[in-house]
Structure formats: C-alpha cells, structure tokens
Write a protein that binds this ligand. Sequence first.
Ligand code: HEM
Length: 506
Amino acid sequence: MIQFYIAAIILLLCLYFKYKLSYWFRKEIEGPSPIPLFGNLFDFVVTKKKHFGEIYKDIYDAYPAARYVGIYRMQQPALLIRDLDLIKDILVTSFNTFNMNEFSIDPHLDPLIAVNPFCIPGEEWKRKRQQLSPLFAQNRNKTAIPFINDVSKRMIEYMEGGPESSKMEFDVKELCAKFTTDNVAAVAFGIDGESFTNPNAPLREIGDEIFKPTFMTGLKQQIVLFMPFMNKFFRIPFVSSETDKKFRQIVGQVVDNREKNKIKRDDLLQVILDLREKHGKEEWDDTAVIGNGMTFLTEGYETSSTTMSMTLYQLALNPEVQKRAQLEIDQLLALNSEINENVINNTEYLECCIMETVRMHCPVFHMAKISLKEHEFPPQYESSSKTVKLPEGTCVVIPVYAIHLDKNYFPDPMKYNPDRWNKENKDSIPKYAFLGFSDGPRICLGMKFGITQVKGGLIAILSKYNVLPTDKTDVPFKFSKSTFNLQPQDCLWLKFEKRKDLVNKE
Ligand code: HEM
C-alpha cells in the first residue's frame, strides 16, 4: 500500500511540474524547452558550465525575430525581453507597473539590506529615492574628489611599498576593491577604511563576505534570486548576523561620536544625519541610518571596483588604447597639479574607455522586474497581431549582457573600442541598447560617483605606470559562474611597469 502512495505522490508531483512548465505553451508564447525543477537554468544551477547571463544570451541569440521569449527560471515562468521599445515600456512608460525588482529581501532577516532602494517597490521606493537624492547630487560628487585623490595616493604608496611591490604584479580585482572600499569609507563615513594598511580591514572583510565568489555567497544569491520561497524555510540571511553586527559597530561609533560631540562633516553620513534631525528618529532609526551606510558600501564599492579592474585588464590587452588614455591624462596633469574636478571632467577618452568596459563587462548582467498589475504585451512576433495579457506578479528579465553584445547595436561587439562612445559616435547607439546603469526612474543613483571614483583610480595608476598582461592573466577573460554580478573566476593578474617616458624625464 505504501508503494502505491509513494507512486501516487511522485505522479502528482510530475503532473504538477509538467503543468507549471507548460505555462508559456498555454499562453502560445515560444521559448526553449525547460528541464523539470531547473527550467532553463540547469547549466547555471547544476553543471556550472554557464553563468545565467550567458544562458540568457544563448536564448536571446536563438530567437532573433522575437520581441520576447518565454523562459523558466527554475519553476518560475519569466519573459526574456529582446525588443528595445518594450524595454523602454518596462523601464519608463509603464514604470509604475514594473516598479519592483525581483530581489526578495526579508526585513526581519536582513534589516540593513532591506532599506536599499533597490529592494523597495512602489510608492515606498519613490519616497525613499527622493529622500536619498541629495546624497547623489552633482555638488556632492565634486566634494568627493579630494577624498578620492587622497585614497589614490594611498593606493600608489601601497603598490610601491606593499608586499607585492618587488614584482609589481597585482591581482587587480583585489587592488581595485581596496581602492573603492576606502573611497566609500572616506566619502560616506569620513573614516580611513585601512584597506591598504590593515590585512584584516573590517570593511574589506564585510565586502568579501557579501560578494566574494564562494559556495556560500553563490548559494545565498541563487536562493534570493531564483528560489525566494525556499528562504521561508531555510531563512538564510543575505548578510550574516556577524557582518550585520560588525557594520553596525563601525558606523554606530562614527554616528555616536558625531552626535555626542556635535561634529559636522562634509560627507554622506552627515546628509543622512541631517535627514534624521529633520524627520525624527522614528523614521530614521539606527537601522535606517546604518542601512543607508550599508547601501553605500554594497552599491558603491563592488560595481565600481569591477569596472576599474576590467578597464585595467582591457588597457593591458590594448596598448594603443592605453597610450591614448595616458596622453590625455598627461596633458591634463601638466596643467593641474593633482587630480581635481578639472582633470576628472576633461578626461573624455578615459570616460569612453570606462563606458566601453561597462558595455563589454557589465557588472550587472541582467535586470529582473516583477509586474505590480496585469499588463498587455505586444505580439511576440511582428508578423502576428495577437497581444498577450499577463497577470500581476509576472517576471520580466532584461538580458543586459546579451543586448550589450548584440552586433546589431554594437558592430564587432567583442572588440574593445572606446571610440564608440566619443562625441561623434555615441548618438548612433540606439537608446536602451546600453543599460549598464539601467535607465528610467530607477537609473543607478551612484552612476556619477561610480565613474568619478573609477576615473580617479585609473588616472593615478596610468599617470605613473604602463599596465601589461602577465602569463597568469586569463585571456579570454573567464568569469565566475556562481555570483549574481560579474566577477572574475579567479584572480585577475596584471603587471605594472614604471613608464619609461617618465623615467627618462626624472
Ligand atoms: C560603475 C559602477 C556602477 C554600475 C555599473 C552600476 C549599475 C547599476 C545598475 C545596472 C542599477 C540598476 C539595477 C536594476 O534596476 O535592476 C543600479 C542601481 C543602483 N545603484 Fe548603481 N552602479 C554603479 C555604481 C554605483 C555607486 C557607486 C552607487 C552608490 C554609491 C550606486 C548606487 C545604486 C543604487 C542605490 C541603485 C538602486 C536605485 C533604485 O533602485 O532606485 N551605484 N546600479
């Protein structure tokens, strides 16, 4: 009898999975065949042969005439969007319908991450984003430059006097992570992050705990992204309680010191503390204040450090591009004694290099939004007239990595060509074909600061060194298959050689 019940349960489960995975068939929307339980993500979740960004690219390339494709992320149906007009509709025109990122964070489990505007939907997001806008205003960016200049000097001192200085070979992923962590520490909290002087610098440890590609970070991110229902049982926080405690201690001490001693500083924490004074401690309790600090750390260091390290990687592989960037930097530094607003604003070619890096190696591989109400989508193919209404809760995936490598928008897409972004050429890039910082009302809040800090670090390095690949450098670049954001699979080794033209001048 027991065998009968087991067989019946297995049969019912199979029928349930089959039914769930026939969602797009029933809607008459084409897409690749799913595998039970894993949908179209088998090679990401099980075999680890591909990152989900690559899987989306394969699907994107396989349906060149479709506006969208029906896919399954594990058991969950989602629409993979190909058409740029539809992307505009999702990000801009019908923004209120798609104003929810798929990132499901439980505020009880992850109180510090839950205040990040990225994790907040609807009206609450609007209020939060308005409140935080002063933190990212243009003049704030200007006040950040002296801090960035200072940290750049510490980075060069570390390169010349630190443990790797005899060989001058560095894992640039780590070097740039140290640099952007210390920038965030200085610009946001007015403290020295100690990344270049302390091997156990607490903020670096926190960054690693959240982002470093390990089995645990990979598992946590997979659950949050693709199996949020499982977290109801396992209750794995995105940020561990030790990390939460450590971060509260660091920022809490700075806040206490400022409040007790009535110290005011020109940094982002001050903007948050002023908001607390204006709106009261009920709205801006310790979790809100420290959580916004955490937003700065998580958003501010990782994407920028990836962009900076991948730009160094591309410059090492493209020496003629590197020379042009150095020439521009040299000319500006000859007129300005150090990195200042003038140098940052006028390094136009360097900015083209950064944009080209974000295109080819976008730190955010995809964006996924959940609809907050029913939405009518145009026909899947131009040849058809059948529109489709999809219910509230539908997940739409914008495959940023695939779009950035589409030859229809970026000819010869695997060529690192910063000139795509110069004044003459950039207007020929179709709108919404570049989504490295997203677009519409949820466009990256820290884009200007991100570009500024990456520029600052690159100027400091390129004004002194030539960057070269070593025999340990991975060519072509291999990225980690287990993290949410773009990360190198292993270390990213590059060699730094004092520039001969400068040596001759000395
Ligand atoms: C090169 C560096 C950066 C890149 C490539 C980048 C990319 C992005 C992207 C693609 C999004 C949108 C994600 C989505 O809608 O699904 C985003 C959102 C966001 N970014 Fe950035 N980012 C960078 C640097 C920064 C920095 C330095 C900060 C802050 C210090 C920051 C703060 C934010 C915040 C708060 C959001 C959420 C905005 C919202 O949902 O309203 N970013 N970023």
